[in-house]
Design a binder for this molecule. Sequence first.
Ligand code: SAH
Length: 248
Amino acid sequence: MNDLYVVGIGPGAYEQMTLEAIRVLESCQAIVGYTVYIDLIREHFPGKAYITTPMRQEEARCRMALEKAAAGCSTALVCSGDSGVYGMAGLVLELLPDYPDVHVSVIPGVTAALAGGALLGAPLSHDLALISLSDLLTPMEKIRTRLQAAADADFVICLYNPSSKKRKGHLKMACEILLRCRSKDTVCGIVKNISREGQELELLTLGDLAETEVDMSTTVFIGNAQTKKIGPYMVTPRGYTVMLHGEM
Ligand code: SAH
């Protein structure tokens, strides 16, 4: 069988990879991925044929992995976090009809929202929306519409790709949309380099977030109307304390 595994390796630390991801990587002959992700895992999986590709060459990277698998070499294509959340799993499956002899398995991983949420406390205890601010593959108008809809529905919001060298103003733009229907005191959190060297987190208000610059290794959390700060933690109540008090 010509197996290709699309593996989410989690946010960075080996400890945050799933056992399934570890076992798959141990069993594969070749591992394909963006240089930064390969550097995160290389020491834990010695003796593999590593194939690294630069950023922005997603289709080439997927085809390389599919071709390797088609040639009979069991192959893993690694993505950070989860392989389906803004990852390569979808693209691999779209390209798969060109490689009828390859069998693809998608192996989930801990996405940045979950790992970052755990560092902040419990910001995701209620309904949430993940929105990427990258307009490389999505028109800006659609991103704005989704931000507005998530804000209207009072979802907790996690922003992926909040910035890049070319997209400095995107976080401010997003905050301005959210501030139309959310208080400037809404509790927010930013987490940088989750489970990697240089990990940093900060709690701040939506008003302050609008004036803050972040980079692309950061995930941004915007609370809903109930989200609060409890000591150093960002917490979105699930509603249990209200139930205990018989107010539901
Ligand atoms: N598949 C990945 C997301 C890729 S999109 C996942 O499931 O996590 C890239 C964006 O993810 C980054 O711009 C950032 O917003 C977020 N991200 C990924 N890894 C991160 C990390 N270790 N720390 C903080 N944010 C991260």
